[in-house]
Design a protein around this ligand. Structure first.
Ligand code: PEP
Length: 252
């Protein structure tokens, strides 16, 4: 997979089944009738929507992904969903390591590595989420933290890395209304590429899509997307309103 312009919507724990169908239909209609500037659109709804939204998006270029994946093939893991269950209904993407999962469900760089590995084994593209907290940025530890998070990719081959997407989401910018400036975000994206270049090679680092996430809105998307190392956005709150989400996707 080469570098793409991507607008990805993380619905988090929002939208009933009926509301989700309505939102997805609006997104599909807008993406189909408006000039999209080559953006790839992905949506990450809660599990209950996946099967119907995969069907609803058939015949469009809109991808549907899970917000989480279990790191084991199957077994006694009550409440969890496996990679083969996801592929059996046509899911081709999953978020891994979103900061809310790291914060509330104890996900670690090690568990993320296992999730990335099983996703790739089943042909699912992981969107690996990384980013520092406010305290880590204020203590100037942000580059080091992101480097440690990137270690979850260290067991991959170059071919496997090429099937991953990275989302840099500073925790202090998620759901807060505070966005990293385009320069701050690009600085970290460039750092991520330089770390990946050391771990793999320059071509791999240049080829991977790196999304920014954290209070992306229609009015700040253009300046973020104008930066050379920012390939798109992972969008939370603004992805719950079809007009805002599509306007962000049109900002490339
Ligand atoms: C997210 O949930 O990944 C996110 C970036 O949320 P928001 O856009 O609401 O900050």
């Amino acid at each position: 997979m080469s570098r793409k312009k991507i607008a990805a919507g993380n619905w988090k724990m929002h939208k009933t089944f009926q509301e989700g169908q309505g939102l997805a239909q609006e997104i599909r209609t807008m993406a189909n009738t408006e000039v999209m500037n080559g953006a790839t659109i992905l949506i990450f709804p809660p599990y209950i929507h996946l099967q119907s939204l995969v069907r609803q998006m058939e015949g469009s270029d809109i991808g549907v992904g899970a917000q989480n994946i279990h790191d084991k093939e199957q077994g006694a893991y009550t409440g969890e969903v496996s990679a083969s269950m996801l592929t059996s209904i046509g899911v081709r993407y999953t978020l891994v390591g979103h900061s809310e999962r790291r914060q509330y469900y104890n996900e670690t760089n090690e568990s993320c590595a296992a999730k990335i590995s099983i996703a790739l084994k089943h042909g699912i593209i992981p969107v690996y989420c990384i980013g520092e907290t406010l305290a880590e940025r204020e203590s100037q530890a942000h580059f080091k933290i992101v480097e440690q998070q990137l270690s979850a990719l260290s067991g991959l081959s170059r071919e496997q890395l090429a099937n991953c997407i990275i989302a840099y989401e500073p925790v202090w910018a998620i759901g807060t209304g505070v966005t990293a400036s385009a320069e701050q975000a690009n600085e970290m994206h460039a750092h991520i590429r330089s770390v990946l270049s050391g771990m793999f090679d320059e071509a791999s680092a240049e080829g991977i899509s790196i999304l920014y996430g954290g209070s992306v809105k229609p009015d700040n998307a253009k300046s973020l997307f104008s930066m050379p190392d920012i390939d798109g956005a992972l969008i939370g709150g603004a992805s719950l309103a079809s007009r805002d989400f599509i306007d962000i996707a049109k900002s490339f």
